[in-house]
Design a protein around this ligand. Sequence first.
Ligand code: HEC
Length: 117
Amino acid sequence: MQNCMGCHTATGGGIAGKVPPLAHSLGYFERVPGGREYVMRVPGASNSALSDQQLADVLNWLLMTMNREALPPDFKPYTAAEIAEHRRPAFADVAPRRAALVREMQRRGIREVAPVY
Ligand code: HEC
């Protein structure tokens, strides 16, 4: 609520044209190579004031409450150690990385994540 809601909104629905949704969307990133890392290194997550444990907890909460249908069956929750190892540096080139991930999702038949939000 204090660190993410201002942009992503309380429902995780995002803001059309500006901020992508986290609800019913983020889980699909866990299905493609590089997506798990993307979620940790996107600037809003990577640069947040949250500790590694807090970031792991909030990502797991988003994924397991708002993305159940999107997660791969073998999803393993993030750990603080994994976050510590991978969250930095934040991606400086988010847009092309996101676009490549969404293309890979579409190649696999996943159409729920919009290339443009
Ligand atoms: C200042 C606004 C802002 C804040 C605050 C913010 N985000 Fe974001 N977030 C964005 C934008 C914009 C994007 C799209 C990628 C980009 O341009 O960085 C994004 C993308 C993401 C993504 C990838 C989703 C996708 O579809 O690409 C995740 C995961 C994410 N944010 C998590 C968080 C978390 C967790 C927090 C709180 C700790 C947070 N964000 C705080 C603006 C924000």
